[in-house]
Design a protein around this ligand. Structure first.
Ligand SMILES: [Zn+2]
Length: 222
């Protein structure tokens, strides 16, 4: 049986993190802990946390460090994460969160194996995101070739497949800038802690998956 793993995955939007996290989570039999997904679920289910987060997001703000750290702390204490490990996606976003995560993992006596930076050049993710189309009903992602009629019909559910309003080049560039700004201090933080591995995210999903598992494996032999 494959041993579990504990790692963080960083990467620009459009780098293919979502697809790879699904595969990695199955491969290592660990939960994919996406703070973005957890927040969306909390908002949908109108939990106390969800309501608080909703208020902040509606006001255009980012959910603060303390809330995010609390969510992750609670999640990492559950049995599945304690016994097998986890893939953390979307957390940490700030150095304060990274420091808190260090304390949490130390407290559990289960240090991180590695922090992976899934690197895809900015121009390439810009192209990918511009070609992205999404089913309005079920959320399935598609890639437009430019020859389709708009909107087209979703293969999965028959809904309308369209471009998201926030997938204009301006909006995408703004998100990528924000990511750069947020992440560069983290890259520095984990680089100094000798925990960072950059994985080239250009290639087929199979090729990238192989590179990722090699990187995790190498970190566990250290
Ligand atoms: Zn659909």
């Amino acid at each position: 049986m494959i041993p579990g793993a504990r790692f963080i995955i960083l990467g620009r939007q459009g780098a293919g993190k979502g697809t790879q996290c699904v595969r990695l989570s199955r491969h290592y039999v660990v939960p994919h802990i996406s703070t973005g997904d957890m927040l969306r679920v909390a908002v949908r289910e109108r939990t106390e946390l969800g309501l608080a987060a909703r208020e902040i997001m509606d006001a255009g703000g980012l959910v603060g460090d303390d809330i995010m750290i609390g969510i992750v702390d609670e999640r990492l204490r559950r049995d599945d994460a304690r016994s097998r490990g986890y893939i953390l996606d979307g957390f940490p976003r700030t150095v304060k969160q990274a420091e808190a995560l260090f304390d949490i993992t130390e407290g559990l006596k289960k240090p991180l194996d590695v922090v992976i930076d899934l690197d895809v050049p900015r121009e390439l993710v810009l192209q990918r995101l511009s070609a992205r189309r999404v089913c309005r009903d079920c959320g399935t992602n598609y890639v437009a070739s430019g020859r389709e009629r708009q909107p087209w019909i979703c293969d999965v559910c028959g809904g309308d497949v369209t471009q998201r309003d926030d997938d204009t080049p301006e909006a995408i560039n703004k998100r990528l800038d924000l990511y750069e700004e947020q992440t560069s201090p983290l890259i520095e933080f984990y680089g100094e802690a000798d925990r960072l591995t950059v994985v080239d995210g250009v290639g087929t999903p199979d090729q990238v998956f192989n590179k990722l598992t090699l990187a995790v494996g190498a970190s566990q032999k250290k």
